[in-house]
Design a protein around this ligand. Structure first.
Ligand SMILES: *Cc1c(COP(=O)(O)O)cnc(C)c1O
Length: 393
């Protein structure tokens, strides 16, 4: 694949594994084993069965009739919001728990910011009866109390990270420290297409089910498996990578990745990584990230917790630089309005992350015969308070 990973773990200039020496054994074990496990028939059979019976896949490809009328074209929603636990994150969590089992791991750790990845990880640990420890910044635990309770109900131990800014990056440091101390029995589940190789590749493969299904569904519904446009929102980039994966080599399909502009790209309160960022190393991978002149990571901001990340996965950095995909950004305000429009035109309350992708429909001039697929990465129940506060319902 022209846009795929090379044998050294790089996508063009991006990727690799920039890790402290003490993590080397853990990453090396994964790198040597993950492909053989993923290609094993027994693994594939169990992954497919759980995606079908536990997650509820395939997720529908829904022709959004009133949206199509409004924009004068043909718009399809890929409904990841209908998955068990309410987003695409469960696809990756299931893939990684099955991998961990086959590597003989008995204990799972994860880091979480808003708690969505922590909940997905706690869910699959309950499913498999594995011990689960989730690191979360102390401040995030206060801000996201319902997700902390959810994780506890699911049997996970939630450990507060009390150093630094007491948020995601501190939780990540704690998780890494744990992993270094427990390399034999512990697997670290990363929640997006970020981190050192092989994580970005592994997570992209688990999420590629999204575009795999979409091709088949489009063929059935339109007579062609290729749409004109594919849109998805990007935090770390896992739902977008899953949505793009099987279209990467179909160069006529326009791929659009939508980042969070926050309050605006020039306000200092933004998470529009490709617009504001430069090349550098973040969380073990060479990519594009928001940083100061002297290389300090800039705190990102977005109203949606899932898009509030200062970098993007290395494959996205490559697709951006190679101009295979177009990277755009949408403000908080535009996203919230798009979310409300989706409620009222289609009866679907989308996650605010997904609303960013929906909002970009306003910015494109479509032809009546175009087919557009947009990834609805999650449902908006978790965001009701934010929507309500903004619109005053
Ligand atoms: C976490 C999350 C995202 C952002 O993560 P990606 O890895 O960029 O997909 C987007 N949408 C929802 C609903 C999420 O929970």
């Amino acid at each position: 694949m022209k846009y795929g990973v090379d044998e050294h773990g790089y996508y063009g200039d991006f990727g690799g594994a920039y890790i402290p020496e003490m993590l080397y054994p853990n990453i090396e074990e994964l790198r040597k084993q993950y492909l053989a496990v993923l290609e094993d028939d027994d693994f594939k059979a169990e992954f497919d069965q759980l995606l079908k019976d536990y997650v509820g896949r395939p997720s529908p490809l829904y022709y959004a009739k009133r949206y199509s009328e409004k924009y004068g074209t043909n718009i399809f929603f890929k409904r990841e919001d209908l998955n068990h636990t309410g987003s695409h994150k469960i696809n990756n969590a299931i893939g990684q728990i099955l991998l961990a089992e086959r590597l003989g791991k008995k204990r799972i750790i994860a880091e979480t910011g808003a708690g969505q990845h922590g909940v997905a990880t706690a869910t699959v640990c309950a499913l498999k009866g594995l011990e689960c420890v989730v690191y979360m910044g102390e401040i995030d635990m206060q801000r996201q109390a319902p997700n902390v309770s959810r994780m506890k109900m699911l049997g996970a131990k939630v450990v507060p990270a009390t150093s630094g800014s007491k948020t995601l990056k501190d939780a990540t440091n704690e998780a890494l420290r744990d992993w270094i101390g427990n390399p034999e029995d512990t697997h670290y589940i990363i929640g997006s297409v970020v981190g050192p190789y092989p994580y970005p590749e592994m997570v992209a493969r688990f999420q590629s089910i999204i575009s795999f299904e979409t091709k088949k569904q489009l063929l059935e519904q339109t007579g062609s498996e290729l749409p004109n446009y594919v849109l998805a929102c990007v935090g770390g980039g896992s739902n977008a990578m899953g949505m793009f994966y099987h279209f990467l080599d179909d160069e006529d399909v326009k791929l659009i990745a939508v980042e969070a502009a926050g309050k605006g790209v020039d306000t200092g309160h933004s998470a529009a990584t490709t617009f504001l960022g430069k090349e550098g190393v973040l969380h073990g991978t060479r990519t594009i990230l928001m940083q100061t002149e002297d290389g300090q990571v800039i705190e990102p901001y977005s109203i949606s917790a899932g898009l509030d990340y200062p970098g993007i996965g290395p494959q996205h950095a490559h697709l951006y630089k190679a101009k295979r995909a177009q990277y755009a950004s949408i403000t908080d305000e535009e996203a919230l309005n798009a979310g409300l429009l989706c409620c009222q035109l289609e009866g679907i309350i989308p996650a605010i992350e997904s609303s960013h992708a929906l909002a970009y429909l306003e910015k494109i001039k479509f032809k009546p015969e175009d087919n557009i697929v947009i990834c609805i990465s999650g449902r908006g129940d978790k965001d009701l308070d934010t929507y309500i506060k903004h619109f005053g319902y």
